[in-house]
Ligand binder design. Structure first.
Ligand SMILES: *Cc1c(COP(=O)(O)O)cnc(C)c1O
Length: 389
């Protein structure tokens, strides 16, 4: 906290207020699970899977232990394996790339689009080879990647599409990707991300738009076979119902009953929270729009602003962050340049993704969560303006 300003700190997010707000429902849910004596793959997991599939408008939701596992299991369930190439973006959290590596496939990086931070569909098309098996778009920061264009490329080359939805729970897919369904009471407009490719991978890491209070993740699919493979893989590839018959090598990757019960308390609020995030983003847009050296985030319809990420001149970023920190205002770099990163990753990059490499030097993520106040945002904007003057 700044000694002179006397203002309270502005954190990136605020999970404690959320827990306070939901305390009575959360403690009921936790007590219900404890009293049930059932902690793995019970009624809570089954109920959450049905509720979340309904919310997202997908046929199948298969919970797993983390978003990283959801990517690994989603890739394998969709038929991606050793020898395959998976076309993806280098501008993402490392788990996206780890997952491709863990299934024995090779990541092929293509650049992000000229605006925003998501993969460029034209670059995907140009990167297709005989070994290409899948495209893995990431809906980064909650901004839906251009799925209509990606699905068109995938259809043309017979590629699977696995969506990384870790940051995009409840985000709307671009309307052209499939015919939107009529929205029903309190539900967001359809379609949502996670239901358009062969599989969607979600994370319930506590900071995500729908977060557990521990690790958790989920594979979504409209394909019954993909979903059945995910159900098997998450539980040691045991054959349907037959406990000690393993037809493949799987994982121990199950969401537990406590986390499922907690997620059931939070799911009915997520549409409101995402709407509040959009309102926070619109207020930042208005406050920062006049700053010449700031580039605002894209205003894609359906964006759920997991992060509010602006660009500032690379040479000023570190000073800006120091100034914000001096005033007790948190900020983050999602994601910094790859110096010192996994050598295999670097070896595949040089010169091929100049836009992503430039973004890494310019991005600055500001505090955003449903409870961020107008006064807090005005302080963030004032310090930012002053530090860039
Ligand atoms: C958080 C995240 C993951 C991994 O999720 P975990 O639940 O932490 O394993 C994967 N991809 C992206 C883009 C993420 O932000």
């Amino acid at each position: 906290m700044s000694v002179t300003s006397g203002h309270a700190e502005v954190p990136m997010l605020d999970l404690r207020s959320e827990v306070d707000e939901l305390w009575s429902d959360l403690s009921d849910a936790v007590a219900r699970v404890l009293r049930s004596g059932r902690f793995i793959l019970g009624d809570e997991v089954a109920a959450f899977e049905a509720e979340v599939a309904d919310y997202l408008g997908v046929a199948h939701a298969v919970t797993v232990n983390s978003g990283t596992d959801a990517l690994i299991i989603g890739l394998r369930a969709a038929g991606v394996g050793p020898g395959d190439e998976v076309i993806t973006t280098p501008f993402t959290f490392f788990a996206t790339i780890e997952a491709i590596h863990h299934v024995g496939a090779t990541p092929v990086f293509v650049d992000i689009a000229a605006d925003g931070f998501n993969i460029d569909p034209d670059a995907v098309d140009a990167a297709v080879t005989e070994r290409s098996r899948a495209v893995l778009p990431v809906h980064l920061f909650g901004d839906p990647a251009p799925l209509a264009a990606i699905l068109a490329v995938a259809r043309r080359h017979d590629l699977r599409v696995i969506e990384d939805c870790a940051q995009a729970f409840g985000a709307g897919a671009d309307a052209a990707a499939s015919a939107p369904r009529a929205s029903s009471g309190g539900q967001p407009d359809r379609p949502l991300t996670g239901g358009l490719g062969d599989a969607g991978a979600f994370s319930f890491y506590p900071t995500k738009n729908l977060g557990a209070y521990g690790d958790g993740g989920m594979v979504t699919s409209n394909d019954a076979e993909v979903a059945a493979r995910a159900v098997s893989l998450r539980n040691h590839a045991a054959t349907n119902g037959e406990r000690y018959r393993h037809t493949d090598v799987g994982y121990n990757s199950r969401l537990d009953e406590l986390q499922a019960a907690i997620l059931r308390v939070k799911l009915p609020h997520v549409a409101t929270w995402n709407r509040q995030r959009r309102e926070v983003a619109r207020r930042y847009d208005a406050l920062l729009g006049g700053l010449e050296r700031v580039t605002l985030p894209p205003r894609t319809p359906g964006h759920v602003y997991h992060q509010y990420t602006i660009r500032v001149p690379a040479a000023s970023r570190s000073d800006v962050r120091t100034r914000l920190a001096d005033e007790g205002i948190a900020s983050s770099m999602f994601y910094p340049p790859w110096s010192g990163a996994w050598p295999d990753f670097l070896a595949r990059l040089p010169g091929r993704c100049p836009r992503a490499e430039r973004a890494a030097t310019e991005v600055l993520s500001l505090p955003i969560h449903p409870r961020l106040t107008e006064a807090q945002q005005e302080r963030v904007a004032a310090v930012l303006a002053e530090s860039l003057a």
